[in-house]
Unconditional design. Structure first.
Length: 353
């Protein structure tokens, strides 16, 4: 309904305008029954708080930004959906704006300029290129919580998983299947991202922990983050004579490309080559074969990051808190559970699906 006022909601609910305002702004002292009564009136009338008026009254916009490389990448689209739902349903009342950086230094610098514009109350930001020093210099007074593997200023909060431990666990899982020639697929052909560096390090540690030797020839780079590019890179490596019996992929998109390249060459999965992906995106249950993959606990990551951001917005000014959230290896058909007992993998909880 157009033009619905705070007064209209108060009259419908039979309460004061102050009570409606308290409900709209999520003040904690409102009783559950009163909150439900006012919310029913809000829903019936279709009332929407005036953003400009709220900003003038509170100094806040009620908006948060989530900044990352590319919304077309399934991991980021699933993260955005989760953060948006949690922000709207956990009492904070925040709405979410998406900012794409295209994974470039220029794009990440541009995102930080929102601290000048006053468009949002805070930001969740997953950088790929910008340095910790530049983040500290550019973010101004805007509350920011960083996501992912990049370096972070000691004064800023960050939430991530342990990529080294996860990659090592994935590599040991393949080695426990008796595989000896385990490759890594999908990292950048040119400048490595922080994510790729850590995952390659974990892959190398997993090989060494399994008594295997890391070989540079087993690192198969890709010229883009896509199944097509990874299929092309793996296909070229196989056609040139590279022999592998296991494959740790930088992400699920690379793993999906690997499934295609292997299938086209008549290589059986997992009998000839066991494949592990990363991110547990929605498609991994329905690939053929279904994909074993590292699954970050996205729900935990989103909740921890949002909690810290809301605390920063409310005035918390302490040193940066760096939190590591859980992961698990979801075991499916592309790299099944070993038939024989193997050393325990301490770093992750394993789930067969």
């Amino acid at each position: 309904m157009a033009g619905v006022r705070l007064q209209d909601v108060a009259e419908r609910a039979g309460v004061s305008m102050k009570t409606v305002s308290n409900v709209v702004h999520h003040h904690p002292h409102v009783s559950a029954s009163m909150r439900e009564r006012v919310q029913r009136a809000i829903d019936e009338l279709g009332y929407r708080p005036n953003a400009l008026g709220r900003q003038l009254a509170t100094g806040r916009t009620g908006l948060l930004a989530l900044a990352f490389a590319d919304v077309r990448l399934p991991y980021f689209s699933e993260l955005a959906n989760l953060v948006s739902r949690i922000a709207e349903t956990t009492g904070t009342g925040y709405r979410l704006l998406l900012e794409e950086t295209e994974g470039t230094l220029e794009g990440e610098r541009a995102v930080l300029s929102t601290s000048e514009a006053g468009l949002v109350d805070g930001m969740l930001f997953q950088p790929a290129q910008i340095s910790a020093r530049e983040i500290a210099e550019r973010h101004g007074d805007l509350p920011i919580v960083l996501l992912g593997e990049g370096s972070a200023p000691l004064t800023m909060d960050k939430v991530m998983i342990d990529n080294v431990a996860a990659a090592a666990a994935a590599t040991r899982h393949i080695a426990a299947l008796g595989r000896k020639r385990i490759a890594f697929l999908g990292h950048e052909a040119q400048a490595l991202s922080s994510t790729s560096r850590l995952r390659i390090l974990g892959y190398q540690e997993g090989l060494e922990q399994s008594g295997l030797v890391a070989e540079p020839a087993m690192l198969i780079a890709s010229d883009a983050v896509s199944p097509t590019a990874s299929a092309r890179s793996l296909g070229a490596a196989l056609d040139s004579g590279l022999r592998i019996d296991g494959l740790v992929c930088r992400d699920d998109l690379a793993a999906m490309g690997a499934l295609r390249a292997l299938h086209e060459r008549g290589i059986s999965i997992p009998d000839d080559v066991a494949v592990v992906g990363w991110d547990n995106i929605a498609f991994t249950e329905t690939t053929f074969p279904s994909l074993t993959t590292v699954a970050p606990n996205l729900d935990q990551l989103a909740r921890v990051a949002l909690d810290m951001l809301v605390e920063r917005i409310a005035g918390f000014d302490g040193l940066g808190r760096h939190r590591v959230v859980d992961f698990e290896l979801v075991v499916r058909e592309s790299a099944p559970a070993p038939l024989l007992a193997s050393p325990p993998l301490d770093d992750a909880e394993f789930t067969a699906r």
